[in-house]
Design a binder for this molecule. Structure first.
Ligand code: ADP
Ligand code: MG
Length: 397
């Protein structure tokens, strides 16, 4: 990672403005149902407090779309954070303005101020320069620890760096190190497992991995488009007719590059897209008209295992079936088990993507992987080789 981190700067006596990702899930009553994201930011916050900084935290929560939405106030986050840090957390009435500036100015080393939801202001997502300047006025230094929003050029992720020197927090550093190392200097064989609903979501990733990986294992809804491109009947499965040519082209180039590309050899077909649908497992050339492919079968899992067993680096993005429905989560679960075993024998396993990370969490396997990215969309864009504006804006080492 060629960006400066909090370790590279003097923070003592400074007011440090930190962009965190406190976009936690809330239930109907506004209770936090999962505090993983708050916990993930603790190392950076704790480091800054231990090194004599006053910490001003800012985040978005939900999608208030530029207006104050009572249910999306940061109050429950302040309470939870205070419990985790075991110290008081002050909650600001807004994220900019004279009152907030007054609170920020009065903040002492070791104290924490949490700003109100950034997205109560439309200027945040518009990356409005005047708004970014008002945020910047609150601190002496800026730290970005919100990898999950680093792919967006917003006032709190990019705009603010025009007015304050910016460095990476520990979570940001960890994400960039693991994702970066996996792609830039992988121990080989390097195997990529790609699933998810649609080819169109993953074209850029497939393109990139085609040039980097030694093998590509394809599952999920998007495998249907590849199967159809190869001439198989896929019944009523999700297929992108407009992407058949793209699929054919990718298959051809994979062959030219002598890259091992594995498509499902058997599939779970269902009579409806529903959790209680009737289903059975069939070879890929026996998909019945009217039925739809919702998962990979055991033979496919075995074929994937053969390739994965030899891998030294594995990157996985996109569930291999409709993992939200238990009946069609088996393929994904089986691959998670294989990846856990690969990690245990010393392979590097990196998981990107919101749904894939959720499947790993649900299987209780998060600590059996080398790295599970906290950034859904951001990790996908990183895998695509795109420059993340929130990262590019930080100071080079
Ligand atoms: P990630 O969030 O990890 O990047 P994606 O969002 O690309 O993953 O893929 C997950 C989505 O793909 C889920 O909503 C899942 O239901 C869908 N999906 C996977 N397999 C199929 C399938 N065979 N048919 C339809 N949808 C599928
Ligand atoms: Mg997703």
């Amino acid at each position: 990672m060629n960006k400066k981190t909090v370790r590279d700067i003097e923070v003592e006596g400074k007011r440090v403005l930190v962009r965190v990702d406190f976009n936690v899930p809330l239930d109907e009553e506004g209770h936090i149902t999962d505090d993983t994201r708050i916990r993930a930011a603790l190392p950076t916050i704790q480091y800054l407090l231990d090194h004599g900084a006053a910490v001003i935290l800012m985040s978005h929560l939900g999608r208030p779309k530029g207006k104050v939405v009572e249910k999306l106030r940061m109050a429950p986050v302040a309470v939870r954070l205070s419990e985790l840090l075991q110290r008081p957390v002050q909650l600001a009435p807004d994220c900019v303005g004279p009152q907030v500036e007054e609170l920020a100015r009065a903040l002492q080393p070791g104290q924490v101020l949490l700003l109100e939801n950034l997205r109560f202001h439309a200027e945040e997502e518009q990356n409005d320069p005047a708004f970014a300047r008002r945020l910047a006025a609150l601190g002496d230094l800026y730290v970005n620890d919100a990898f999950g929003t680093a792919h967006r050029a917003h006032a709190s992720t990019e705009g603010v760096t025009h007015y304050l020197p910016g460095v990476a927090g520990f979570l940001m550093e960890k994400e960039l190190n693991f994702l970066g190392a996996a792609l830039e200097n992988p121990r080989r064989p390097f195997v990529a497992v790609i699933g998810g609903a649609k080819v169109s979501d993953k074209i850029a990733v497939l393109e990139r991995l085609l040039t980097l990986a030694d093998a590509l294992l394809i599952g999920g809804g998007m495998a249907n488009t590849f199967l159809k491109a190869e001439g198989y009947e896929v019944g009523a499965s999700l297929v992108e007719e407009g992407k058949l040519d793209v699929a054919r082209d990718l298959l051809m180039r994979a062959r030219e590059r002598k890259l091992e590309l594995v498509l499902p050899v058997d599939v779970v077909i269902a009579d409806r897209f529903a959790p209680d649908a009737q289903w059975r497992v069939v070879p890929r050339d026996q998909v019945e008209p009217g039925w739809r492919i919702l998962d990979i079968g055991l033979e496919t899992v075995a074929a994937f295992r053969q390739v994965l067993e030899k891998a030294q680096t594995i990157v996985w993005n996109g569930t291999l079936g409709v993992a939200e429905m238990p009946a069609f989560a088996r393929g994904t679960k089986a691959v998670i088990e294989i990846l856990a075993a690969c990690t245990a024998r010393g392979a590097t396993t990196v998981i990107g993507g919101g749904d894939s990370a959720a499947a790993v969490e649900q299987a209780g396997a998060a600590d059996k992987m080398t790295h599970v990215s906290t950034g859904g969309g951001a990790s996908l864009e990183f895998l695509e080789g795109r420059i993340l504006p929130g990262v590019a804006a930080l100071q080079d080492r």
